[in-house]
Design a protein around this ligand. Structure first.
Ligand SMILES: *Cc1c(COP(=O)(O)O)cnc(C)c1O
Length: 355
């Protein structure tokens, strides 16, 4: 049976990425060697790294004065590296979910953290608005897509101080005005590549302003200066990321992706709103295009396990909601075909008709 992959992360990748990476693991660039056993300093791999950085810049239309860096350690290591490199005394954070909270916890190790607003009191079911960003903070940190709760900040906000964004789960899902951000980062395993590589887009002139000494490996400048080759980069995930970037370009770039993502999300949200059994969990205006969260209405709560089994029998994979929200979460990343959303919607209708 065909599987419909709704996992939140690691998550669905284009078949193009999987096939080309599998082929390179057997024979990379006609070298007669596996991608896993060649030097990262071979000219063939240096070309991969250069092209991946160049395509990042091209697809996101990154202005002059920014660098693209690929590191290990996941987005979670960035939660500490950001304050280490950018915060002297004070930073500001918007608390929109579990990942934002983790970022805040790390920043507190380095100084004062002004949490300008939070939606924690209602299980992060909306994105706070109307907050004031303190102009004496060194930067303001947001999480544009809240993977666990299914809310998203889809409009690039105006910010009077350097803006730092965790885009782990919505990078390349919609066009972004990079010039409004001092830094954009994320783990690649949601919408770009297998786990193991973290992308960082950073404005060069925000660095070098903190008083503390920064360990070499945790210093962004090290990796900018060495083109992400200071130490051994995650070779296989970087190669896979390059394949996804090529696939994005061949499929019309980010604007075309956004159009498809809007269609997919509309199809599923419309069914959630129509179906008598289900209800969405977040404020309508903040609904994510990437992670669509819904539960069974109060009076049908005892059907949740049955629906899960029914959907599984129809080929749905990874639709269990995060344990902190319950219910269901369908992640609709770039590589997910609209046919998979259609299959989920059909399963919801069929289940409704028999209850
Ligand atoms: C998954 C995720 C993270 C954590 O990423 P790791 O690479 O596992 O550290 C951070 N932020 C967001 C928004 C995520 O979705």
């Amino acid at each position: 049976m065909k599987k419909h992959n709704f996992y939140a992360g690691p998550s669905i990748l284009p078949q193009y990425t999987i096939e080309n990476t599998a082929a390179a693991i057997k024979d990379f660039a006609g070298m007669g060697l596996s991608l896993m056993e060649i030097s990262h300093r071979s000219k063939q791999f240096v070309a991969v790294m250069d092209e991946a950085q160049a395509l990042f810049k091209e697809l996101l239309d990154i202005p002059e004065g920014y660098s693209v860096v690929f590191l290990g350690g996941g987005a979670s290591t960035q939660f500490a590296m950001i304050p280490y490199n950018l915060m002297n005394k004070k930073s500001a954070y918007l608390n929109t979910g579990a990942w934002a909270k983790k970022a805040i916890k790390e920043a507190k190790l380095f100084g004062e953290v002004d949490v300008v607003a939070t939606s924690e009191e209602t299980t992060f079911n909306y994105v706070p608005k109307g907050y004031t960003i303190p102009t004496d903070a060194d930067y303001f940190h947001i999480t544009t897509n809240n993977t666990i709760y299914g809310t998203e900040i889809r409009k690039d906000i105006d910010c009077p101080i350097p803006l730092v964004a965790d885009m782990s789960s919505d990078i390349f899902s919609r066009p972004v005005d990079v010039s409004k951000y001092a830094m954009i980062y994320g783990g690649a395993q949601k919408n770009l590549a297998p786990a193991g590589v973290t992308f960082i887009i950073i404005k060069n002139d925000i660095l070098g302003k903190v008083d503390r000494a920064i360990p070499t490996m945790l210093n962004y400048q090290t990796h900018i200066d060495k083109g992400s080759m200071f130490n051994t980069p995650p070779v296989v995930p970087v190669y896979a990321a390059l394949q996804t970037l090529k696939w994005l370009k061949d499929n019309g770039g980010i604007a075309a992706m956004e159009k498809k993502n809007i269609e997919k999300a509309r199809l599923l949200y419309d069914e959630i709103d129509r179906n008598k059994l289900f209800v969405g969990t977040v404020a309508e205006e903040d609904r994510s295009l990437m992670n669509i969260c819904f539960v069974m209405k109060e009076e049908y709560k005892d059907l949740e396990a049955d629906f899960f089994d029914f959907a599984t029998s129809k080929g749905m994979v990874g639709i269990k909601g995060h344990r902190s929200v319950g219910g269901f979460r369908a992640s609709t990343y770039n590589a997910l075909p609209i046919e998979s959303v259609g299959a989920l919607v059909a399963a919801m209708k069929e289940f409704e008709n028999s209850h």
